[in-house]
Design a protein around this ligand. Structure first.
Ligand code: XLS
Ligand code: MG
Length: 344
């Protein structure tokens, strides 16, 4: 039954190709033009940073922010798209240089909390109740720069602030172990869910799991997803791929390790991910070498691979799998999976 999953990506996934060592290599597309591509590429929804929806929002009044967000809501409607989530972008402003919620400077912390409330306002206007928190700079380059216990307490205070600001929003923390920081305070799914337990309403704190982030933590993405699913906390995913422990490569889904991708598709499918409205986000980036005219292929390719792997997973013979598990014949199981992947 391929097709029951709904796919999303963020405007940042159509990218000019700049990296830390070189400038853009492709033309920028206007947000409005990107919106026109979603359906053509097979996608149903848009993931937003707050300023993807309302650029330069630091300089705008609450009324101006709402007015601009309303215009975006209309654009979405015109394209038959929905907003999956809004994420406050807390890593570019000078006030977030040393972290946002965990900055040592109280004024910077206050900025981050105000900005998070603005992101919630935007989310409400775009008709989504899901907020994603990628805690980009909540960590240190050197351990002595912050107190890790106090940092966690500050993260809890900031999340409480959001939960209390709006009694309906849900927060999906997107853990990542490093980059841009040397060490992040919330590196894994387990950390994110444990952090949620400390908040005033843990029922409204879950996770967004990105494959590459799990891999950077030395973990298997499908196991991380299983852990979150067992807690009823997997509210979004950022599927992609990653060649080893280098930097966050955001490679197309399945591009490096098909079997690892199969296992992610399988754990999601077998446990009904999507049946409560969860969407499949593809947080992938075009290779820097890709030319303008073909710089969205990574998105459609990733979706194609998801759907193809879904077929392979659904074609696996459940009885045979059970037998191999029961007889502990994992060598045969290994071969069965590999043969399924190569179409034998
Ligand atoms: C980082 C992410 C980031 C979040 C949303 O890896 O892609 O953009 O997903 O804030
Ligand atoms: Mg991501």
């Amino acid at each position: 039954m391929p097709g029951e999953f709904k796919f999303t990506f963020g405007p940042w996934n159509i990218h000019e190709g700049a990296d830390p060592f070189g400038p853009p290599v492709r033309k920028s597309l206007l947000f409005a033009d990107k919106l026109g591509l979603y359906k053509k590429l097979g996608f149903d929804g848009v993931q937003f940073h707050d300023d993807d929806a309302v650029p330069e929002l630091n300089d705008l009044s609450a009324a101006q922010i709402t007015e601009q967000a309303e215009a975006v809501r209309k654009q979405l409607k015109d394209h038959g798209l929905v907003a999956e989530f809004v994420a406050p972008r807390l890593w570019e402003d000078p006030r977030t240089i040393d972290g946002a919620y965990t900055s040592n400077d109280p004024e910077c912390r206050e900025y981050a909390r105000r900005r998070s409330r603005q992101a919630i306002d935007i989310a409400r206007t775009l008709d989504t109740k899901l907020i994603v928190l990628w805690l980009a700079r909540e960590g240190t380059y050197l351990r002595e720069a912050k107190d890790s216990k106090v940092a966690v307490e500050r993260l809890v205070e900031a999340i409480n602030d959001m939960l209390e600001y709006d009694s309906e929003i849900r927060i999906a923390i997107e853990p990542k172990p490093n980059e841009p920081m040397d060490q992040a305070y919330i590196p894994t799914t387990g950390h994110a869910l444990a952090l949620g337990m400390l908040t005033v309403d843990s029922s409204r704190v879950g996770v967004n799991i990105e494959s590459a982030h799990a891999l950077l933590a030395g973990l298997d993405p499908s196991d991380e997803m299983g852990f979150a699913l067992a807690h009823g906390k997997l509210w979004s995913v950022h599927l992609n791929d990653q060649n080893g422990l280098k930097f966050d490569e955001d490679r197309s889904f399945g591009a490096v390790d098909l079997r690892r991708a199969l296992n992610q598709v399988r754990i999601l499918d077998v446990h009904g991910y999507g049946t409560k409205g969860e969407m499949v986000g593809l947080d992938v980036k075009a290779l820097r070498t890709q030319k303008d005219e073909d710089a969205t292929r990574h998105l459609s390719n990733s979706r194609t691979m998801f759907l193809r792997l879904l077929e392979i997973s659904r074609d696996l013979d459940g009885a045979r799998l059970e037998l191999l598990r029961a007889s502990r014949d994992y060598e045969e199981l290994d071969l069965y999976i590999m043969q399924s992947l190569i179409g034998e």
